[in-house]
Design a protein around this ligand. Structure first.
Ligand SMILES: NC(=O)c1ccc[n+]([C@@H]2O[C@H](COP(=O)([O-])OP(=O)(O)OC[C@H]3O[C@@H](n4cnc5c(N)ncnc54)[C@H](OP(=O)(O)O)[C@@H]3O)[C@@H](O)[C@H]2O)c1
Length: 257
């Protein structure tokens, strides 16, 4: 028999892909986000949304990514969710976090994700935390945050970004399994951060240059390369960056025709 699964943040980038995959697997899905009348920060609509739920998947995101706002958002919403889950008899809390959450202490957003993980661990709730590396789509945000004039300065860091679709696949599979603790997911290929961002911008016909600069400190991507060493990885996405770029162009052409 299928499970009843609440997707908190089910209207977001990952959330929409995840809901599609869960429905494809014939699960009963509740999409819970402010735009569907469920606010995990204030608690509005939570009791009704969680009624009869077996699993809650949290793929919500803070409205702003600065450290203070993110810390307040992730700790408040996670506490509220876990409290409501306990009352509703939910069996499994599954949350999406970020590779480096436990290590990149100097970045406010990563620290906020770490605090979210701590709230889950301290609650004693049966849980899975899936830490993912950056989504391919995130290349555009990294570019925005690190552009000076028409040049993007990035450190010589090696990364293993992943297709958001692969993250959604992994979450959909984990939701149907027993709670598994902390797992890490990365894409199938290691590449230089500059090459990652440059290839996505080139495919967007974006004219900005990417410059690799030993001294640069990338905003939004302060991960020490060593932190992404393959040894840490439990799950590997299957989509190569080139295939993701090709499928993005295919989808755009299909939309226009
Ligand atoms: N970007 C990356 O590369 C990356 C890598 C690893 C992990 N992650 C994690 O992935 C998660 C999802 O990211 P995303 O890019 O898919 O997010 P997103 O597209 O910004 O979507 C955010 C979602 O959160 C919902 N939301 C906002 N406030 C809420 C609240 N008070 N209560 C309930 N839901 C709320 C939004 O609902 P509305 O639509 O109704 O506003 C929306 O569905 C984040 O936790 C992030 O840390 C991201």
């Amino acid at each position: 028999m299928g499970k009843r699964i609440v997707v908190v943040g089910g209207t977001g980038h990952i959330g929409r892909m995840l809901v599609e995959r869960l429905l494809h697997r014939a699960q009963a899905v509740v999409v819970a986000s402010p735009s569907t009348g469920v606010d995990a920060a204030s608690g509005v609509g939570l009791t009704e949304a969680l009624s009869g739920a077996d699993v809650v998947i949290d793929v919500s995101n803070s409205p702003r990514v600065d450290g203070d706002t993110a810390l307040e958002f992730f700790t408040r919403t996670t506490r509220r969710l876990l409290e409501a889950e306990r009352t509703a008899g939910v069996q499994h809390h599954l949350a999406l976090s970020i590779v480096g959450a436990d290590a990149v202490v100097e970045d406010g957003y990563f620290a906020a994700k770490h605090a979210q993980e701590q709230v889950i661990a301290d609650s004693g709730m049966p849980s899975t935390i899936l830490r993912s590396t950056q989504f391919f789509e995130f290349a555009r945000s990294i570019a925005e945050w690190n552009t000076v004039a028409d040049t993007i300065h990035l450190p010589a860091t090696t990364v293993r970004p992943v297709a958001a679709g692969d993250v959604a696949d992994a979450l959909a599979a984990l939701a149907l399994e027993e709670p598994a603790g902390v797992l890490e997911l990365a894409g199938p290929e290691s590449m230089h951060l500059g090459s990652f961002v440059g290839r996505v911008l080139l495919s967007d016909h974006d004219p900005r240059y990417v410059v690799e600069d030993e001294g640069a400190r990338a905003n939004g991507f302060n991960i020490d390369a060593a932190r992404l060493a393959p040894l840490e990885i439990d799950l590997t996405g299957t989509t190569a960056l080139a295939d993701w770029i090709a499928s993005m162009h295919h989808a755009l052409r299909a939309e226009r025709s």
